[in-house]
Design a protein around this ligand. Structure first.
Ligand code: RFL
Length: 393
């Protein structure tokens, strides 16, 4: 079997690359270790920046999203018992779109397989990459149907298999992986409860950060800072809701709408960046190349940015022999990646400084927060980074 492109991983990155290729008539094969049903139900991200929505729209991939997503134009910081609204849409002329990741994945799979006729194999096992530094690389996997190892030859491999995939491990020793560990954990929760506020809320409290993010009219994501590696079982229903009430309390706010917790897991906050994102015929995209902890809600947005560039670059080369997109791919992606990494680090200090137990860090955290609400220029700079609208990436 032979395909011009094998895409490893059917997340937002891999499926977007697949769709861009199919729209240009380029054949590709998407390999995914999970079943289609599983990826269509896996809840993760939910905040998409407007430029990314427009990128999907330009590629015919945002029809359902535009019908169903909620548009947000403000967020709210709560600290010192007070609430502070931050109207970022006024400052940037752009919005956040709230659309659960599994809905986007569902739309992208449907479009790729059912509408554009793309090939995909789900529930494959033991994916391996071969001869990446040659002009004829190949990918092999164990098929779910036959239990046999299948080999697919190709011209390019798109490594879109996320933070726990295999494509990154195929990089040679000279690839640099920079890591940053924030030294904190977040208890990530999904509650079967309508949102308790009309926008995202960031609670900055001596007990630790708390976050509130709408996902849909029925489901809300909450976060609670906790020690890294903490056991989710340490967090009973009562403890979760009483900590959320405490850390998100502010004058003038209503009570939280509580509900059954349908997801409760501890995420250790750490980031990494792989440089370059290319080795021979392997091009990494999304979490396979760089992880940003959900601190700034950036991961899926970066995955889409890479996928737009990689999809377009592969089409340019495979349909017209234009090498420029592929040549500049890694450098162009990494500019936005590093910018978002820096923002994530800045925001992490805002969220976690107060609870660090270090009075100096708590003092500087409050200075950062106050500046957002007293200096229009600082507010504009924050909004630009929060929405990813800066030019010159
Ligand atoms: P994905 O989505 O992980 O997709 C990779 C796919 O590859 C499959 N796979 C393999 N396939 C073949 N062979 C292998 N060996 C394979 N190994 C794995 C996996 O099953 C999967 O289907 O990566 P991609 O496409 O790069 O997309 C990245 C995003 O998923 C990620 O950055 C975001 O979810 C991060 N994130 C958020 N990002 C945002 O932009 N906004 C948010 O609000 C936001 N909230 C979040 C988040 C991540 C979270 N978690 C669970 C870490 C909230 C949470 C709780």
């Amino acid at each position: 079997q032979r395909f011009p492109v094998v895409v490893v991983g059917a997340g937002p990155a891999g499926l977007t690359v697949g769709n861009v290729l199919r729209a240009a008539g380029v054949d590709c094969l998407v390999l995914e270790t999970e079943t289609r049903e599983f990826i269509e139900r896996r809840p993760r991200a939910g905040v998409i920046e407007e430029w990314a929505v427009r990128g999907l729209q330009q590629r015919g991939l945002a029809e359902t999203l535009l019908e169903r997503a909620q548009l947000h134009s403000e967020c709210e910081f709560r600290f010192g018992g007070e609430r502070f609204r931050f109207s970022y849409a006024e400052l940037t002329d752009t919005h956040h779109f709230i659309y659960p990741q599994q809905f986007l994945v569902t739309d992208l799979v449907r479009e790729y397989v059912d509408v554009r006729g793309g090939e995909a194999r789900f529930a494959v096992r033991d994916v391996r990459l071969h001869d990446l530094d040659s002009a004829r690389p190949s990918v092999s996997y164990v098929s779910a149907e036959t239990g046999e190892r299948e080999i697919v030859e190709c011209d390019f491999v798109a490594g879109c298999d996320g933070g726990r995939g295999v494509t990154r491990t195929a990089l040679p020793g000279q690839a640099r992986i920079s890591r940053h560990d924030y030294g904190v954990g977040w208890l990530a929760l999904l509650a079967e409860a309508p949102p308790s506020n009309d926008c995202v809320v960031f609670g900055i409290h001596p007990n630790g950060f708390a976050g509130h993010m709408a996902r849909s009219p029925e489901v809300t994501r909450y976060y609670l800072e906790c020690p890294p590696g903490d056991d989710p079982e340490n967090w009973s229903h009562e403890r979760v809701w009483s900590e959320l009430r405490l850390r998100l309390a502010a004058t003038g706010t209503g009570p939280l709408t509580e509900g059954r917790l349908i997801e409760k897991r501890v995420l250790d906050m750490h980031n990494y960046v792989v440089e370059p994102m290319v080795f021979g015929r392997l091009f990494l995209a999304g979490d396979a190349a760089h992880l940003t902890a959900p601190i700034a809600a950036k991961g899926m947005n970066l995955a889409l940015h890479d996928a737009f560039l990689l999809g377009d670059a592969l089409v340019g080369y495979l349909t017209g022999g234009d090498e420029s997109g592929l040549d500049g791919y890694s450098e162009t992606c990494l500019r936005r990646v590093w910018d978002y990494q820096e923002f994530s680090q800045w925001l992490s200090e805002v969220y976690h400084g107060t609870s660090s137990g270090d009075a100096y860090r708590a003092g500087t955290t409050f200075a950062r927060l106050r500046r957002l609400f007293t200096s229009p220029r600082a507010a504009a700079a924050f909004a630009e980074q929060y929405l990813g609208t800066a030019s010159g990436y």
